[in-house]
Design a protein around this ligand. Structure first.
Ligand SMILES: Cc1cc2nc3c(=O)[nH]c(=O)nc-3n(C[C@H](O)[C@H](O)[C@H](O)COP(=O)(O)OP(=O)(O)OC[C@H]3O[C@@H](n4cnc5c(N)ncnc54)[C@H](O)[C@@H]3O)c2cc1C
Ligand code: SF4
Length: 487
């Protein structure tokens, strides 16, 4: 245990963010560089090294949190990073982006502020990169077996790294021009700078993983050909079919899916464009959808110089405190969240629904009509007399995703069965109904989180390894049905 009185003597202190006026003028991460390390030992000392560490069960990866808290407190960074990597291939992604269900489950959270687990995680891994402790782990011998991974998001990358380290020859197929999935083209630079992905890819290449970008399985290469070429396949193609809003005026110019808008802003940061072809500059922006994707649109619009940003959410505004009756500790509570993008400005409107869009004579959207709603009989009903319109010259739809892409033929060509929610069905080994074909991440789970994608990638890798060799030493943190404290 780091310090038996740490939690009594020290309050929680989280990472500091840069002033809003400064950070909306650039795309760098919002945190003050170097501000975390001086406080992290004290913060790690707040960990009580619980006999039953609920943080473990809160984390889908089963991270060994009290162990690395102790090493961080003692400044034994090599040991801390070894413990971190024992359960997580990419702690620099989760340390920046995870909603931290471990912190919601932390025992200290019963009557105090929980340990800053996520900040400790990111400090350890950033230190490890800085000191050169993150090195390629090349397999001692090759198995002679080959695996194709479809998709290079966190699930595909985790599966590929695990299988490469197990000695298999792995190729990752990615339809986009760069590797990373939603880490690369969904999540904006100000939440995670893409250099973190690039150096992981370099590590993976040095370990032997091969990457083939610009190849869409189903279209550019038939699934059946891939199946013939490789001994096993892991599908980690994500859940990329976006939910639409079929109301009058949807066809007007200036209304885009969030995943049409965000990738272009990320491509500007990659140097592909000088300015985004879909820019918020000078426009009244409305973001439909109150979740993380919506918040990413809000932060992006601020940086592009929007005239105003309004975010709409159909659900009522959640509470600021955990409701012990409906969301008791240690479950992950649905709370009112102020993300860094919300700190930067804009307005959030709850319990409203869009009824139609109105455009100008050139067919460009100008107004969004909405009405307040109430929840009754399992649906939302507009309240009479609450209709109004707000200016909307750019609208982004961030209302979630309904499943893996069905247009490229991948599901049909493999002959994959789907589950009742329309995701690719799998058994306890993450194997689909087709022997030797596995599925991990959002493609099998439905729209979820990075931490689940990594956990699933690791588990599917074990399933594939067992299929190829009859046994596996790779860890399997989860089963497909795990929901871990309901995140
Ligand atoms: C805007 C946005 C912000 C988010 N922010 C967060 C966050 O802050 N924290 C968090 O935990 N989660 C966040 N999420 C959710 C998280 O990004 C996903 O749950 C996670 O990326 C899923 O990983 P995956 O590997 O399963 O799929 P993805 O990351 O979607 O990757 C799938 C990849 O497969 C490729 N692909 C698909 N079909 C084919 C094919 N036929 N052939 C070849 N390649 C193919 C796609 O191009 C893509 O690169 C966010 C999601 C979005 C959309
Ligand atoms: S639950 Fe919180 S205090 Fe207990 S071991 Fe985990 S991080 Fe430490």
């Amino acid at each position: 245990m780091a310090d038996p009185k740490g939690f009594l003597n020290h309050d929680r202190e989280a990472a500091r963010t840069r002033p809003v006026a400064e950070r909306v003028r650039d795309w760098s991460e919002v945190y003050v560089p170097g501000s975390l390390l001086p406080i992290i030992g004290t913060q790690a000392s707040r960990c009580m090294d619980c006999g039953i560490p609920f943080c473990h069960s809160g984390c889908p990866l089963g991270n060994l949190i009290p162990e690395w808290n102790d090493y961080a407190y003692r400044e034994d960074w090599p040991a801390a990073q070894e413990r971190l990597h024992a359960t997580n291939n990419f702690p620099e992604f989760t340390g920046r982006l995870c909603p931290a269900p471990c912190e919601s489950a932390c025992v200290l959270g019963i009557n105090q502020q929980p340990v800053t687990i996520k900040n400790v995680e990111v400090s350890i891994i950033d230190k490890a990169w800085e000191t050169g402790d993150v090195v390629p782990r090349v397999p001692e011998r090759l198995s002679g077996r080959t695996v194709a991974v479809i998709g290079s998001g966190p699930a595909g990358l985790a599966a590929a790294q695990q299988l490469t380290r197990a000695g298999h020859t792995v190729a990752v197929y990615e339809r986009a021009d760069r590797v990373g999935g939603l880490l690369r083209y969904g999540i904006p630079e100000f939440k995670m700078e893409k250099r973190h992905i690039n150096r992981r890819i370099e590590q993976m290449r040095a370990e032997g993983t091969r990457f083939r970008t610009g190849v869409e399985i189903g279209r550019d290469l038939k699934a059946t050909d891939l199946r013939r070429r490789y001994d096993a396949v892991v599908i980690a193609a994500g859940s990329t079919t976006a939910r639409d809003l079929p109301v009058p005026g949807r066809e007007l110019l200036g209304i885009h899916q969030a995943m049409e808008y965000l990738p272009l802003a990320n491509k500007v940061q990659e140097g592909d464009y000088v300015t985004s072809p879909i820019s918020a500059e000078g426009k009244h922006v409305v973001v439909i959808g109150g979740g993380d994707t919506g918040a990413d649109c809000v932060g992006t619009a601020h940086r592009q110089g929007a005239a105003s940003v309004t975010q709409l959410e159909i659900m009522p505004r959640p509470g600021e405190e955990r409701n012990p009756a409906s969301q008791p500790w240690p479950t992950f509570p649905m709370l009112y969240k102020v993300t860094s993008a919300h700190e930067e400005g804009g307005e959030r409107v709850y319990a409203v629904s869009t009824t139609r869009f109105e455009g100008d004579e050139e067919g460009r959207v100008q107004w969004l009509h909405l009405a307040e709603v109430e929840f009754a009989d399992g649906g939302f009903t507009p309240k009479p007399g609450t209709g109004r319109r707000i200016p909307a010259q750019l609208v982004t739809l961030a209302m979630g995703f309904t499943g893996t892409d069905r247009e490229n033929g991948l599901v049909e060509q493999f002959g994959l069965a789907l589950d009742e929610r329309g995701n690719i069905a799998r058994d306890a080994d993450f194997q689909t109904n087709v022997p030797g074909v596995f599925v991990a991440g959002d493609a099998g789970r439905g729209q979820s989180l990075i931490v689940w994608a990594i956990a699933e990638g690791r588990s599917a890798a074990r399933g594939a390894d067992r299929f190829l060799t009859g046994a596996s030493d790779l860890p399997a943190p989860i089963r497909p049905t795990d929901r871990s404290l309901a995140v």
